[in-house]
Design a protein around this ligand. Structure first.
Ligand SMILES: Cc1cc2nc3c(=O)[nH]c(=O)nc-3n(C[C@H](O)[C@H](O)[C@H](O)COP(=O)(O)OP(=O)(O)OC[C@H]3O[C@@H](n4cnc5c(N)ncnc54)[C@H](O)[C@@H]3O)c2cc1C
Length: 454
């Protein structure tokens, strides 16, 4: 029998994906969002990170396609460009330029506002799902000496009225600043423990119109940092309407500036001039936005000695990542799949948190182990195992820049479609231990014949 009502806190990606899943298990799904939601692909204050490049990894795109069939085609029909990784990408890895053949992973290069709007429309098309915006969730309702969450208290931003809303399940998808830890302690539960790994990384981003008549044999650029000495990175991805989205990144407190001259000067100091040379004659279409709240943050709800039923916490509210690895939206999708599996099996909320912790352990490992390459990263120090791992991955990347097979597996791991263990399978291990069979590419490689179709 269907349960009556589920409530979701937050209408960003984790909340929307959750609502999509919940509609099959509850007669009614109510999504509560503090922002007044725009009626189109427009910015809003609750998702300030939308001003920065949001790469949807292949795994995330697969999950969204599974939950919203036709999602990819809808984005492309709306003007979102695709980028074939690596043939259409100029990619300067720590060990040098990456060849542009040997793999093919399609990226849909949409702005975050367009992605959210596309998902939101599909979620709200269903009569079982209702969005109540302009509404803050201010607390949890409980029963049975707080052993069970039975709903939420809300306050309207329009008239400040407070209302209680009962629910069989409350899904907290309210992001990094979730109140769940405080709500739980006020209910008598122990303080949830957190692991924080902070690389002190900052973003500055801007949208441009390319210079008139600009022609290139690439669609996107990714110039990575090279820890520990080269702390700066820069990325350019295409947007609908032929625009470019540019994000500059600095690690270890080397934050990219948000003023006109500083932004261009920072771009000039990247490991290759190619991005700087592209934007220097381009027309800025937006102001420059900065962002510094980028630490990896894992809340260990799964390790609490007791956890109330009727509540689950997911998305950034449970695990948030250094965004430079592009994992957050894919983890929101993964959280939705974990929720789906858990609802089918009807376990306790504590079981859900354990399953979620397992699902996010790979993205967590990938992000934090890379951050530990910088000596300025805080939150524990890598042991000898991590140092050996870094040396092996350095070699993987050096080989991947010139080896089709290793490149394909490496991109698969980065995009969460292959497990990290794939890099240790015998055929890959053998190629990696043998080392690169060609010299690294000294200059940006040209596109393979016929690669750039539009
Ligand atoms: C600078 C930056 C760049 C990023 N780049 C990428 C990228 O390239 N690729 C990628 O996959 N991910 C990226 N991410 C991560 C991605 O933005 C998040 O992982 C993603 O938005 C999913 O988060 P969420 O839905 O859990 O929470 P959020 O997006 O933070 O949304 C939380 C929602 O809850 C609402 N809310 C909060 N409190 C309340 C309350 N009390 N009552 C009602 N509503 C409430 C908020 O208004 C908001 O709508 C980036 C993040 C940052 C910061």
């Amino acid at each position: 029998m269907k349960r009556q009502r589920a409530v979701v806190i937050g209408a960003s990606l984790a909340g929307l994906v959750s609502a999509r899943v919940l509609r099959h298990f509850f007669a009614e799904v109510v999504v509560l969002e503090r922002d007044h939601m725009p009626g189109g692909p427009d910015p809003r204050s609750g998702v300030p990170q939308a001003r920065h490049i949001h790469v949807l990894l292949v795994r995330g795109a697969q999950i969204l396609e599974q939950l919203f069939p036709g999602f990819r085609d809808e984005l492309i029909a709306g003007g979102a460009p695709t980028v074939d990784w690596p043939s259409e990408l100029l990619w300067l890895a720590p060990s040098g330029w990456v060849q542009r053949t040997g793999a093919s992973y399609e990226l849909i290069s949409a702005s975050r506002d367009v992605l959210d709007w596309t998902v939101r429309k599909r979620v709200l098309d269903d009569v079982r799902v209702r969005l109540v915006d302009g509404t803050d969730v201010t607390g949890l309702l409980t029963a049975g000496h707080s052993a069970h969450v039975t709903g939420v208290s809300t306050r309207s931003r329009a008239d400040r009225t407070s209302t209680d809303l009962e629910a069989d399940l409350v899904v907290d998808a309210s992001g990094r600043n979730s109140h769940a830890p405080a709500w739980l302690t006020s209910m008598g539960y122990p303080q949830v423990r957190e692991t924080v790994v902070n690389a002190f990384l900052g973003y500055s981003s801007r949208v441009y119109e390319p210079p008139p008549g600009f022609a290139a044999d690439w669609k996107a650029i990714a110039l990575t940092s090279r820890p520990p000495e080269a702390k700066r990175a820069g990325v350019l991805f295409p947007l609908d309407g032929g625009r470019w989205h540019v994000t500059l990144v600095g690690t270890g407190h080397d934050y990219p500036p948000t003023d006109e001259d500083g932004f261009i000067e920072f771009a000039r100091t990247l490991r290759s001039p190619v991005l700087h040379d592209a934007i220097v004659g381009a027309m800025p279409l937006t102001a420059i936005s900065g962002y510094r709240r980028t630490e990896n943050q894992l809340r260990h709800f799964d390790r609490m000695t007791s956890f109330p039923d009727g509540l689950v916490v997911l998305g950034d509210a449970a695990s948030a990542f250094n965004p430079v690895y592009g994992q957050g939206m894919s983890v929101a999708g993964l959280s939705g799949l974990v929720l789906q599996g858990w609802l089918k099996s009807a376990g306790t909320s504590a079981t859900f948190q354990k399953r979620l912790a397992h699902a996010v352990s790979t993205p967590w490992l990938l992000a934090t182990s890379e951050d530990f390459r910088f000596p300025t990263t805080e939150g524990g120090r890598p042991g000898i195992g991590m140092k050996l791992m870094h040396r092996y991955i350095d070699r993987v990347i050096a080989v991947a820049t010139v080896d089709d097979v290793v490149l394909d597996t490496f991109i698969g791991v980065v995009h969460l479609v292959q497990p990290p263990s794939a890099l240790f399978r015998p055929p890959i291990l053998a190629r990696v231990l043998r080392g690169p069979r060609r010299q690294p590419l000294a200059a940006p490689p040209p596109a393979p014949a016929g690669a750039i179709a539009d």
